[in-house]
Design a protein around this ligand. Structure first.
Ligand code: SF4
Length: 342
């Protein structure tokens, strides 16, 4: 079993079962995530016999790096997992630290029309260990700390709820990697019941919604999940999340030429938001994905932006991170599979 999937309470329980004090789990947890030990024999303070037992019961498994592409302030990593599955992680160097976008599933069943990952059906969920290991592997490769985690890579995090929340518990723990909850952003295409579950957790972090269309007709075409949880239901959940957590919610909106970028769409989006504390993140589309969509012109983006801003909505135009490193979700994997004829 991969040790990186164990939460601290689980490790305490393991220690108790061995007849040890639960505090031994804290030494181990700190060793794994603060001292970054590579071998159980290096765990500080623990007795020799316990270290040997740990080495028998667990492995420290990181994914294998298959390909790495680097741009000015972005690096993308294609990793191979134990079963041969390929996943991606993207590191973005920002003013406020290193943000790592990780994958939560192998493939994705949500089939969003504009997304490369939607081409690869979900093969399986990632385990919490495989998500934690992405963070550790990238920290090791770049020899820098990851300050922020964004669950926005391949997969729909709320379609893998238990493992994703275990991952969050592990990386956010103060005695582990100590990435604070306000630095862990969960992004969802809108699995409404799970948004309600997530808001009931203790101090959940920032939520981002992949909205991408302001009405059901258009969103049904772009994002099949909308047929199950239509825009009104999704926005009701978003407003409940804001009320419960007192946190802003980011609405992600990829700008697709002639599809969702007209002034009427901006007005509809503003009406959906009303006076709620939602921010809008406009994302230039990365056209290299070859899925039949083109990026909106800067002129249309500007008109869209101004309509929202004039209505008092906080709107941000996201830099096109990583066009040079094939940073669109699922793109590195797609290119690798093409190159290797897989
Ligand atoms: S945008 Fe997200 S939810 Fe939609 S297909 Fe891509 S990975 Fe899945």
């Amino acid at each position: 079993m991969n040790i990186y999937g164990q939460t601290l309470p689980q490790l305490k329980e393991y220690m108790v079962q061995l007849g040890e004090k639960p505090s031994k789990a804290v030494f181990l947890f700190k060793g794994l995530y603060q001292q970054k030990i590579q071998n159980f024999m290096d765990t500080p303070i623990l007795k020799e016999a316990l270290k040997i037992q740990l080495a028998q019961d667990f492995q420290m498994q990181l994914p294998i790096l298959v390909e790495q592409t680097a741009g000015e302030d972005t690096a993308k990593f294609l990793f191979k997992l134990e079963d041969g599955s390929l996943i991606e992680a993207v590191l973005m160097k920002q003013k406020y630290g290193n943000s790592l976008c990780i994958s939560s599933q192998v493939g994705c069943n949500m089939a969003c029309a504009f997304c490369q990952s939607g081409r690869f059906k979900r093969v399986r969920n990632l385990t919490a260990a495989e998500m934690v290991a992405q963070v550790l592997a990238v920290e090791k490769l770049v020899e820098e700390k990851v300050n922020n985690v964004v669950l926005m890579g391949i997969g729909e995090p709320l379609d893998n709820y238990d493992e994703v929340t275990a991952f969050i518990d592990i990386v956010s723990h103060q005695q582990g990697l100590a990435i604070g909850m306000r630095h862990i952003t969960l992004s969802t295409c809108g699995i409404v019941p799970r948004i309600y579950d997530y808001m009931e957790r203790e101090a959940p972090g920032p939520l981002a919604i992949s909205l991408h269309a302001p009405n059901n007709e258009l969103r049904n075409q772009l994002m099949p999940i909308n047929r199950r949880y239509p825009v009104e239901e999704l926005m009701t959940a978003v407003k409940a999340y804001i009320a419960k957590t007192n946190k802003k919610v980011m609405l992600e909106y990829v700008m697709l030429d002639g599809i969702n970028d007209k002034p009427e769409h901006a007005h509809q989006l503003a009406a959906l938001i009303e006076s709620s504390d939602c921010h809008v993140n406009l994302i230039p589309y990365n056209a290299t994905q070859n899925l039949g969509f083109a990026p909106s012109s800067m002129e249309n983006i500007k008109i869209f932006y101004d309509i929202l801003r004039d209505k008092g909505i906080f709107v941000n135009l996201r830099r096109e991170f990583g066009a040079s490193v094939q940073a669109a979700c699922g793109q590195l994997k797609a290119n690798y599979l093409e190159k290797t004829n897989m």
